[in-house]
Structure formats: structure tokens, C-alpha cells
Ligand binder design. Structure first.
Ligand code: ZN
Length: 271
């Protein structure tokens, strides 16, 4: 048994990722976010051997257009639509996006969907917040945490023991300050309710490491095109976390990132 993560796109121009569990000859797919147009996403799913109608579910982090593309108002399947997993506090997001009839699974407590156990916690992000997810399959835990101004105390708990971590590393503070963006926007991003800087992301990885969670794979998400630079991030990790740097990669913005695979070492997760 194994689990494969394929980040399809990551950044302010659109976010989506496919998580696939392989169990013998069977596959089980989960999608994270709907930040690409229906046409584009369907094409990318097809290339991965998946399709929207056979997904076990869609984990929706929040309702910003780079995570919930406006095209879904018309492109959402009317038959065999997968359930969308959202926190109850985000219950208004789908109706507001023109998807009042999308099947929904509320996540307040951990939820079993297909062979997956899914858990979630709220992240501070603008007015409505975002959601971090944890997906467990067999003995493989995967953490997905993007769009947060700071790390809430519940996040390291959620990520305890994950073997694969996908984490936002949005901006470099000096590049943010030097950018031509208006001041209110710079502050919105940096004031604790926007996005995570490279150093904040690395700090969370250090915190996890200190408490015994050392993911085999780390993929950094949502790098700002204007205020970040992958080379800078790699240099930071080599300097500050040389032992973890070889496990880290940066997700591509507009095309799929090489898949990451994790092999289960035990047949069943202890429930
Ligand atoms: Zn975003």
C-alpha cells in the first residue's frame, strides 16, 4: 500500500492537489482545493488517471478564488459529484460560490471517507480563516497547511507524526517590503492574518522536529511570485536546517510538481 501526492498547481494563480492511495489493484483519490478552472482541472486529473466523478471527496481549505475557482459555478458536476469536506464555519462558502447543491461533509471531528481518515483545524487567514487538513491512510499521515498568517497552537498537534508535510512558505519579508505592493496589502499579508513567511514555515518544521515529527518529505506551497524566490528558500534551508533540506522541495506554480510517494510499513492504521 502506498500514498501519492501530486501537487497540480500552487500559488495565487490557482491551487489544487491530488492525493491517491493505492491498495493492491485499487486506487482511491482525494482532491485538495478547486483553485483551477473545471476544464484545466479535469484535464490534469485525466492525465493522472483520475476523474472528478470518482473522487472520494474534495478537501476545501477556504473560499478565496485561488482555492475555489469561479468557473465551478457552471462546471460542477450535477451527477455523481464528490462530497466537499469543509468545516462547519465555512458552510456558507459553497452557496456563496454558486454551488448550493454541492454535497457536503462537515468536518468538526475526524471523518472517515473511503479508506481515509481526515482531520482538520482552523488557520488564521483574513476574515474567514483557512483550514489545515491531515489525511491518514494505513500508517501514513499527510499534513496540508496553507494560507495562514501565523501557526496556531493546534497545528503542530494536528501534524504530529506525519510522514509527508505540505506547508505554505509564501514570502521573503525583505522582498515583500521592497515590492511595489501598496502598504495596506503588505501589512495584510504580514500582520499574522495573511500568509506565512519562509522563516515562519521553517520554524514550524523545527518545532515539529523537536517534538519528534520529522516528515520524510516536505513540499513547500504557495510561494509568492512577486515576493519570493525558490533559490532563496533552498539557501535558507541549507543554512538553517541542513539535515532537513534534502527532504524539501518547492511546488511549481503553474504545472504539476513531481509526485511524492510514501510506502505504508504497516497494513492497517490503529483506529
Ligand atoms: Zn491562497
Amino acid at each position: 500500500m502506498r500514498l501519492r501526492l501530486r501537487v497540480l498547481a500552487s500559488g495565487s494563480s490557482g491551487n489544487a492537489a491530488l492525493l491517491t492511495a493505492f491498495d493492491g489493484t485499487r486506487r482511491h483519490d482525494l482532491l485538495i482545493d478547486l483553485g483551477l478552472s473545471p476544464r484545466r482541472l479535469r484535464g490534469l486529473l485525466r492525465a493522472e488517471g483520475a476523474d472528478l466523478e470518482s473522487l472520494h471527496g474534495v478537501l476545501l481549505t477556504h473560499g478565496d478564488v485561488d482555492h475555489l475557482h469561479t468557473g465551478w459555478t457552471r462546471g460542477w458536476p450535477s451527477l455523481m459529484a464528490p462530497p466537499v469536506v469543509v468545516r462547519p464555519e465555512h458552510g456558507h462558502l459553497l452557496p456563496r460560490a454558486g454551488l448550493p447543491h454541492a454535497p457536503t461533509r462537515w468536518i468538526a471531528e475526524p471523518l472517515d471517507i473511503g479508506p481515509f481518515r481526515i482531520s482538520a483545524t482552523a488557520l488564521p487567514h483574513d476574515r474567514e480563516g483557512s483550514t489545515a487538513f491531515r489525511v491518514d491512510f494505513a500508517d501514513i499521515g499527510v499534513g496540508w497547511a496553507t494560507d495562514m498568517g501565523r501557526v496556531p497552537p493546534t497545528l503542530p498537534q494536528l501534524l504530529d507524526g506525519v510522514r509527508l508535510l505540505a506547508l505554505e512558505s509564501n514570502y521573503d519579508p525583505p522582498m515583500q517590503m521592497a515590492s511595489p505592493r501598496p502598504d495596506y496589502l503588505k501589512h495584510r499579508i504580514m500582520d499574522g492574518g495573511g500568509h506565512l513567511s519562509n522563516a515562519q514555515a521553517l520554524e514550524l518544521v523545527h518545532t515539529l522536529h523537536a517534538q519528534g515529527t520529522s516528515p520524510e518529505h516536505i513540499v513547500l506551497l504557495h510561494l509568492s511570485e512577486q515576493c519570493n524566490d525558490a533559490a532563496l528558500v533552498h539557501a535558507l534551508w541549507k543554512r538553517e536546517a541542513a539535515h532537513l533540506a534534502p527532504r524539501m522541495r518547492v511546488a511549481a506554480r503553474r504545472e504539476p510538481t513531481d509526485p511524492i510517494e510514501v510506502i505504508a510499513t504497516a497494513p492497517l492504521a490503529s483506529a
